[in-house]
Ligand binder design. Sequence first.
Ligand code: FEO
Length: 395
Amino acid sequence: MAKVELANGIYWVGVVDWNIRDFHGYITRRGSSYNAYLIQDEKTVLIDTVKSTFCDELVRNVKEFVDLEKLDYIIVNHVEMDHSSSLPTVAKLAKNATILSSERGKDALIEHYGHDFDRVKTVKSGDELKLGNRTLKFLEAPMLHWPDSMFTYVLEDHILMPNDAFGQHIASGERFDDQVDEHVLMEEAATYYANILMPLGPLVAKKIQEVVATGLTCCMIAPSHGVIWRKDPSKIIKAYAEWAAGTSRKKISIVYDTMWGSTDKMARSIAEGATSQGVEVKMLKLRSATNTEAMTEILDSKAVLVGSPTLNNGMFPTVGYFMTYAAGLKPKDKIWSFFGSFGWGGGAVRAMEEMARKAGFEVHDSGLEIKYVPDEEDYKKCFALGVQIAKEVNK
Ligand code: FEO
């Protein structure tokens, strides 16, 4: 492994997962990485491990610096298995290491891997660990994005290791933000936020304020996925603050599926109406676009129109999947409206509206269903719907 140094004595020892494309339903088109870090001082510390599939590679990477039995500490910032499933093996090899996690992290480790982890010592916000010339400071970050989550901060080097927060699913031979395409980086950071952290926006905003209030400055943010922010870490902090605030543009996302093309025709006509008002439109036909892409476009959209043909008195299955996914992620401050075609009984629009209201979405009173194939009158109604929602967006 080529040596990747964040600062003198602080190294990346993680692994790159070039081939992952489905991360529990999040489509990771550019793969990912599981980042682990090693700090060598008077005491030697491993921060986080990796997915168990890559445990051997992590062990080899660490051994290039130190024998595992000489590790003094292993810090578990987060128990989700992409970061902890190598821990049972690593902990056996690092038999002299003290394992540190948050209180809830310890409970979760025992619940995942059994009572071998009764030996874990817990830390809480503000606790410090002296390593020699360096000091680690811990900051609990419950629900960012699991109850156990915590951040580790290297005081003297101003490096924040926040685990999942500020990550991106990118597989890359490069390890730093200034080595990769900036547009790709921000696109993947937004995708990551939209598909993982979106429902936690208020907690994200609060945590950012809390970190700022501590006076801790970040010269580098080293997350557990993707590349390390060293060129301008404030860029991703600002982006998170905007996303958490629900900041949107004059943009409408139209997410839909179609059986025989009628709902597709409706979507196209609605899009024409919206663009006639100068609003940006993104069309996302499910089965061509993924839920992951749809949520990323929705992140900065002011309105979302969802279209479904009626199948068996309800939503088309792909739209049902999307609605379930979106309801869980709870995009903030959007206008929602629904449309679709039907053959005889209808029901998809009603089902989508009910689901959206239950999720707490702001449903615009404009649902539009048309029978079989749109005629000229129907096209006018679709165009008018696009105009009406665009006017709301332009307000
Ligand atoms: Fe990357 Fe929540 O695990």
